[in-house]
Design a protein around this ligand. Structure first.
Ligand code: HEM
Length: 251
């Protein structure tokens, strides 16, 4: 009786918009009226959810992105992106923070796994011919997601601020300097008036060498811009799957 009063209260009805009785209509409403559940369609063809068709590789890539976001935010509580503290903070996370080494390793291994799974997902989409019309636009969105995933790993590489990080980013950004047109050491750079102080490498490093500016830029890219871009493109990717009639199915 008391529970009935709660269920009839304005607060309850403002959260749960439909009856909880088990009926086909209420089941459909439970999905469509929930922001998290409505990523899935109310009805799906049984063949489309066959594990051996997708191996859930895209879903696992999404899961790893969520793991990266949660562990990354926890790491941000301890890490300061300035040369004076970055390496020290990383060592402190390993040795002085409870479960710190576990947290760092989880972040690192989930990042490796995400790169691998996104590539395997791409291979699956290719092998099942799921890139064909009407899904060709979603393939292009996928390519953007692949690039963002790789950039997330690349920008995270500098943050420990150790020798490996320093020299890896030195080499990586030297490659940016060799880009045609946009790199000061690349072919055709003179056509656009590109030099050491306005090329792609300078844009990435905020300087001509890997230093404090580069660390800050990579930190902002790694923790804010790229994850945001990834989330936006993922939303478009999932929306597009729905608009293209759900996941493609075996013939
Ligand atoms: C962060 C990266 C990515 C995430 C989280 C992601 C997520 C997903 C998910 C959850 C699906 C549903 C089917 C499944 O689980 O396999 C899917 C389908 C699809 N993905 Fe991705 N994806 C990513 C990257 C890519 C890449 C790199 C490509 C290709 C270049 C791609 C192309 C597609 C296409 C064409 C479909 C539709 C497949 C079908 O209808 O069978 N995605 N994606």
């Amino acid at each position: 009786m008391r529970f009935k009063r709660i269920r009839q209260s304005a607060i309850w009805r403002s959260v749960f918009r439909h009856s909880l009785l088990d009926s086909a209509r209420n089941r459909a409403l439970a999905v469509t009226s929930n922001v998290f559940l409505h990523i899935h369609p109310v009805r799906t063809k049984a063949s489309a959810v066959k594990f051996r068709f997708t191996f859930c590789l895209g879903g696992l890539a999404l899961f790893l992105f969520i793991v990266e976001t949660v562990t990354g935010v926890l790491l941000m509580f301890y890490y300061r992106p300035v040369p004076e503290y970055a390496y020290l903070d990383m060592k402190l996370i390993d040795n002085a923070v409870r479960f710190g080494m576990f947290l760092r390793n989880m972040h690192r291994w989930a990042a490796h796994a995400m790169v691998l799974l996104v590539m395997l997902h791409m291979l699956r989409v290719f092998l099942t011919g799921s890139y064909k019309p009407p899904r060709e636009f979603n393939w292009v969105i996928g390519v953007v997601l692949l690039v963002i995933t790789l950039l997330l790993s690349f920008t995270g590489y500098l943050l420990p601020w150790d020798q490996l990080a320093f020299w890896a980013i030195t080499v990586g950004t030297k490659m940016a300097a060799a880009t045609p047109f946009l790199g000061s050491e690349g072919p055709f750079h003179h056509l656009l008036g590109v030099n050491h102080f306005n090329d792609l490498r300078f844009l990435l490093l905020g300087d001509n060498v890997v230093g404090a500016n580069a660390l800050l830029r990579f930190y902002v890219l790694h923790c804010v811009l790229l994850p945001l871009a990834c989330a936006v493109f993922m939303a478009v990717h999932f929306w597009r799957i729905r608009k293209d009639g759900g996941i493609s199915r075996p013939l």
